[in-house]
Design a protein. Structure first.
Length: 436
């Protein structure tokens, strides 16, 4: 989400006449997007700003945005007294005007909710993919999570605005979109009319020229049969589902306020795989939540082995202010969290490697995104599961779907060759695909 927002902010600032510089020492305006999901991320942005505070002497304007701005508001001035603008994520669109009008020695504060927190974006001509925020905030209040406090209540972007943006983006050459939200399955729950995420997907599916549609993140509790059926029916929808597990122990899930059991989670996985055997299921897991015993941890570990996620993001629990869990005494030491984190990472590494290995010899339709930065003869794209695929070709292929035979893999990437045999076998239809 922060990445998508930074792209949009960059566009707004360019329109307002600002030019990007890679050299921090040359900046007239320094904007930091702070993530507060874990303490470490928050500390990083605070140190970054502090380490550049000397730029204030030459008149650089300092702005803090993102979750950190909304969470701490003016209190962050105790640590960063030189800030000129503190702007929560729902007010990003106001940054260009605010920085233009701010005056030295007086910090402008723009936080809290906003009637229109979304920025409509026109992508640059060279982009193939676009991230499209469709939801701001979250109403779930998982006991460890700062997002509802940092980003506010659930707010769905209007279907008109989403569809208009994607239509315009496709005219500019965009071929694939990823719809973003803390829990995309809750899309529309704040509307007065009966309209849900599946309805939005059906609307986007009608956009001609758009080749692929993906989305992030799904809550296991809200991953409905209706959504899975639509995913299975439409070949343009990515066969990738990111459903955070967090823990393999029902006791911990209850304490986290996750509203599902391990059994229910497994049912979602089974239903999904039954409808779409080729689907990639990825997840998030947290270790060291207050009260997590060795037995709870082992339940998480054995569940991960049972499910065999394609990819897993593993986090060490970090107490966050204003959350319900913040008041709970920490029961897992730093060293033990580190140990549990490593065990899960090592286990998952083997699972991911064996899943990637199983692609060898198979054929994938790859949407070509760009040339490799290191080797201009190589292209990088993604298959329908969203896995990066690299291959060699002399043709101009950006934005096209090419059939690739997988020959090898490394960490997080597949390697292959343009499948000439398959292109010929499929005759003009496949050639057509390559040239689209
Ligand atoms: N500590 C550690 N990890 C967290 N996450 C969210 N809040 C915390 C926290 N307080 C993780 C969850 C979530 C992912 C985006 O970040 O696993 O799914
Ligand atoms: Fe945080 Fe839970 Fe909302 Fe995800 S669903 S953003 S973990 S409160």
């Amino acid at each position: 989400m922060n990445f998508a927002e930074s792209e949009r902010l960059q566009q707004l600032l360019t329109q307002a006449g600002w030019k990007e510089t890679k050299n921090v020492q040359q900046t007239h305006l320094l904007i930091a997007i702070g993530c507060s999901i874990r303490e470490k991320a928050e500390n990083r942005v605070i140190s970054f700003l502090k380490s550049n505070s000397h730029l204030k002497e030459k008149g650089t304007i300092f702005c803090l945005t993102g979750c950190t701005a909304n969470l701490h508001k003016e209190k962050i001035l105790e640590k960063l007294p030189f800030l000129d603008v503190i702007c929560g994520p729902n007010h990003i669109a106001e940054i260009p005007e605010t920085v233009e009008n701010c005056s030295p020695g007086k910090c402008v504060l723009k936080t809290g909710e906003s009637d229109n927190p979304f920025i409509e974006c026109v992508p640059s001509k060279k982009d193939i993919t676009l991230m499209v925020p469709i939801i701001k905030g979250c109403n779930n209040f998982c006991s460890y999570c700062v997002v509802p406090m940092a980003r506010g209540k659930l707010q769905s972007r209007s279907p008109d605005s989403v569809v208009r943006e994607i239509r315009n983006a496709v005219k500019q050459g965009i071929k694939a979109v990823t719809l973003l939200g803390q829990n995309v399955n809750e899309y529309g729950k704040d509307f007065t009319i009966d309209y849900c995420f599946s309805d939005l997907l059906c609307e986007i599916l009608k956009i001609e020229g758009l080749l692929r549609i993906g989305f992030l993140t799904s809550h296991p509790e809200d991953t409905t049969e209706k959504l899975l059926t639509i995913m299975a029916q439409h070949e343009k929808i990515m066969k990738h589902l990111h459903i955070p597990l967090q823990s393999g122990s029902d006791k911990i899930l209850r304490a986290m306020n996750r509203k599902y059991t391990v059994e229910k989670f497994f049912n979602v996985v089974e239903k999904t795989r039954k409808l779409m055997p080729e689907i990639s299921i990825t997840s998030d897991v947290m270790v060291g939540f207050p009260g997590e015993t060795q037995q709870d941890f082992e339940m998480t570990l054995s569940f991960i082995k049972k499910v065999r996620f394609n990819e897993l993001f593993v986090f060490k629990y970090s107490p966050r202010p204003m959350t319900k869990a913040f008041k709970l005494p920490e029961t897992v030491s730093k060293e033990e969290k580190e140990h549990r984190h490593k065990i899960i990472l090592d286990t998952q590494k083997q699972i991911t490697r064996s899943i990637l290995n199983s692609f060898k010899g198979k054929v994938c339709d790859v949407l070509v995104e760009r040339k490799s930065i290191k080797n201009q003869r190589l292209y990088i794209g993604r298959n329908i599961q969203g896995i990066p695929v690299s291959f060699e070709s002399k043709e101009v292929l950006e934005g096209k779907i090419v059939r690739i035979k997988i020959t090898d893999c490394a960490e997080g990437i597949l390697y292959g060759k343009v499948d000439e045999e398959c292109q010929l076998l499929q005759g003009s239809q496949s050639r057509e695909k390559m040239r689209k």
